[in-house]
Design a protein around this ligand. Structure first.
Ligand code: NAD
Length: 735
């Protein structure tokens, strides 16, 4: 199947047009790479061809490598996977190097054919590494296009020469956000940063590319690193300036990754070692480090969760079958507070008409002010134009009149967290709606099945739980009440797809999934404080696990009063079954002292007048003295990690989670669970069930029943099985 078209014009300029059949976006497969190489061979061998343009037949250039291929490369590589991977990666280098050298004489650098990349739109990953090997990169002036190397975000790094080429094209400080943070730029910004060479109007893209080919001289097509006397921009590692940069970069990476993400460190090693040798050796070094990263279980777990499974969920892997598209046309949002305004904004942003209702017009208008604030930030950062801002605001009608909800096919309710208030607005809203409409609540703690009782049709009632701030948090937890029907689930999933977020679908149990797992983490941190564990040890142990926030900091962010409210609600719900904890005594004490967390600029941490954290509150030591003997780091880490992971396993055992992929994706996107691990289930698979059982048994003996090994985990250990081995999508499909 041809993935590239080849054509030579009257001037002898070949155009290679990437156009993967049946797909809206080009992605590189192994077959595609082989085909491209044969076309490059063909144009280099043909004396009638003077030069070439590599472009795309689609709106975008390419989305990158087919990551499913990468995750399988290891398995395909047979007995010696590392060698297989290395050889596979070197074949990409052979291709890009062939383009770059373009047939020129090895000694004189003369006689090569100019090859230019012409990018109509987005060019990501290997879809940008191929252009980087061309002699010039011209992009269409398409503000929607994204150009860059986002590999680091899924736990790998640019391994088809992008790392070596970019770090030789620009100095390390300049490339750092593009390589280390996976920053993407639109064409104009990419040109300003020096990633690409030229931006032209879209309809002049091909002619500009061909003109360049026609006029290019021998000197124009020799890369700086293939010229005599090449020096690393910004200085090589042992140059005084370079030395400073490399030492700084190493510290910066460690500070950012806490040493838990292998890819960032491996990438810097590839740059550092590569900078000291000629280019062809440098790309071999890059290939070795890339192999090293692909062999690391963290990388495959990250790719699996953050790419393969996340994409599958977004595409409706768990959407009920046989239900036609239920995309939302008109959305009603009840409650124009922080969450309601956020939901209205993300919906209007994608073109949905929104009615935003609150108790009175003034309260509803507050929601509009919130949305305007978010949009103004966007305008300031040049992410939104003034025209787009007006269009988005134009789609939101703020009102206090329920009659305006007529015609809404979905309602998202985000009023106060109170059964009575929610029941009241449900009835008032439903009185205006067609019977086909779906009603969703954004509650974070109230049972969906109970709330549904206020609805005229509990089969069309569902939970759609957003995280705060709505416009930044990509996870949406869809919660099925006991009677929720498939159409409500399909509607919720279609809505989440429209607003470009990632859904998980869970069942209705206390705190659903994400909050259920994160609360024990916070509690465990506070419990350790009560036991006399050094507060800095607790916080740093969490950071060294790759958690974005330590448990004490997270408690401050969530706010102490909310935690106290949750404790009281849990006490009320469980009645005599409720067992008090050491952690709640600490929470109540902070609450009584008015230390409400970040919002009151005082909590477990101290803050300055501007609300910036200045360090752990000194009063912690006075109130809860630090014990003479401290636990070792690994014990603290095991306690913090296991509290979350065991809750995830129990949620799966209880049937709250129906799919472990959702458990992993939800954990990373919902509360930032150790992203390098691929999620709680992937982490257990990495450490292996037998070791996990050993750790749990030890923790149970020392710290109590909350660490009891779930039966399911013990069974997997006994059977020598893993979560993905037994419950992964392949197994599920076969079952
Ligand atoms: P909020 O206090 O900012 O907003 C609630 C809004 O509801 C207010 O504007 C209020 O005027 C309005 N309201 C109250 N009673 C009403 C009525 N009878 N009719 C119409 N409007 C009414 O609260 P929030 O933080 O936006 O939370 C809203 C819901 O979202 C709650 O159920 C909460 O549990 C849930 N939630 C909150 C978060 C969070 O982090 N804040 C996260 C997920 C879910």
């Amino acid at each position: 199947m041809a993935e590239f078209n080849y054509d030579v014009d009257a001037d002898g300029i070949a155009t290679i047009t990437w156009d993967l059949p049946g797909k809206s976006m080009n992605v590189l497969s192994l077959e595609g790479a082989a085909e491209l190489e044969s076309l490059v061979d063909k144009l280099l061998a043909d004396d009638a061809v003077k030069g070439a343009v590599i472009t795309s037949g689609k709106a975008d250039f390419a989305g990158g490598m087919d990551l499913n291929v990468i995750s399988r490369m290891k398995e395909m590589a047979g007995d010696n996977p590392a060698q297989g991977l290395f050889d596979g990666i070197m074949s990409f280098h052979r291709l890009t190097r062939k383009i770059e050298r373009a047939g020129m004489d090895a000694k004189t650098n003369k006689g090569g054919k100019p090859i230019v990349a012409a990018l109509p739109g987005t060019a990501l990953g290997i879809g940008f590494e191929i252009p980087l090997s061309c002699h010039r990169i011209i992009a269409a002036d398409n503000p929607k296009a994204k150009i860059g190397l986002p590999e680091i975000l899924v736990g790998i790094f640019p391994g088809a020469g992008g790392t070596t080429r970019l770090s030789r094209k620009l100095d390390l400080m300049t490339v750092s956000p593009f390589l280390m943070n996976g920053k993407l730029s639109d064409p104009q910004a990419a040109k300003r940063a020096g990633l690409i060479d030229e931006v032209v109007p879209a309809d002049e893209l091909l002619s500009a590319a061909k003109d360049w080919v026609k006029n290019a001289t021998d000197a124009d097509i020799v890369k700086p690193w293939d010229q005599k006397g090449f020096k690393m921009p910004g200085g090589a590692p042992y140059h005084p300036a370079g030395f400073m940069t490399y030492v700084g970069a190493s510290a910066m990476i460690h500070g950012k990754t806490q040493g838990v993400y292998p890819a960032a460190k491996a990438m810097l090693s590839a740059i550092y070692e590569g900078a000291q040798v000629p280019f062809d050796t440098a790309i071999r070094i890059e290939a070795r480090w890339f192999t090293n990263v692909l062999m690391n279980p963290s990388s495959s777990a990250m790719i699996k969760t953050l790419f393969t499974n996340k994409t599958a969920l977004e595409k409706g892997a768990n959407r009920p079958e046989g239900i036609a598209d239920m995309a939302v046309k008109k959305l009603g949002v009840l409650g124009a507070g922080m969450m309601g305004a956020g939901v209205a904004f993300v919906s209007a942003r994608v073109g949905i008409e929104v009615v935003l209702l609150d108790r009175d017009q003034a309260a509803a208008d507050t929601g509009i002010a919130t949305i305007t604030g978010i949009l103004d930030q966007g305008v300031k950062r040049k992410k939104v134009t003034a025209e787009q801002k007006e269009q988005i605001l134009g789609r939101v009608k703020a009102t206090a009149d329920y009659a305006d909800l007529k015609g809404c096919d979905l309602i998202v309710e985000a009023v106060f967290e109170d059964m009575g208030v929610k029941a009241g607005v449900t009835k008032d809203a439903e009185a205006q709606l067609e019977t086909s409409a779906i009603f969703a609540t954004n509650t974070s703690t109230l049972p969906i099945t109970e709330l549904a009782k206020a609805s005229r049709d509990d089969s069309r009632y569902i939970g759609i739980h957003f995280f705060s701030p709505v416009h930044k948090m990509n996870l949406v937890e869809i919660i099925k009440g006991k009677k929720t029907g498939p159409e409500a689930v399909a509607k919720a999933l279609d809505f989440v797809r429209q607003i470009k977020k990632t859904p998980i679908v869970v069942n209705d149990e206390r705190f659903f999934y994400a909050n259920r797992c994160i609360l024990p983490y916070v509690n465990e941190g506070i419990t350790m404080l009560a036991e006399g564990v050094e507060p800095a040890l607790i916080e740093n142990a969490a950071k060294l696990l790759g958690m974005p926030l330590g448990p004490l900091q997270l408690a401050d962010e969530v706010s102490i009063d909310l935690s106290v409210k949750i404790v009281k609600a849990t006490q009320a719900a469980l009645g005599d079954d409720y067992k008090g904890t050491q952690a709640e005594d600490i929470l109540f004490k902070l609450f009584d002292e008015g230390r409400m967390g970040r919002k009151s600029k005082s909590g477990f941490y101290s803050y300055d007048d501007k609300g910036k954290r200045t360090g752990l509150w000194q009063g912690l030591r006075e109130n809860w003295p630090v014990a003479d003997e401290q636990p070792d780091l690994i014990t603290v880490q095991h306690r913090l990690a296991m509290m979350q992971v065991l809750e995830a396993v129990r949620a799966f055992e209880d049937g709250v989670l129906e799919d472990i992929r959702e458990g992993d994706v939800g954990a990373i996107l919902g509360w930032g669970f150790m992203p390098w691990s691929g999620g709680p289930f992937s982490w257990l698979d990495i450490i292996g069930a037998p070791f996990a059982v050993e750790v749990c048994d030890q923790l149970t003996a020392e710290y109590g029943a909350r660490f009891t090994t779930p039966d399911l985990l013990r069974k997997l250990a006994k059977d020598g099985d893993s979560f993905y081995g037994r419950f992964g999508p392949d197994t599920k499909a076969a079952a």
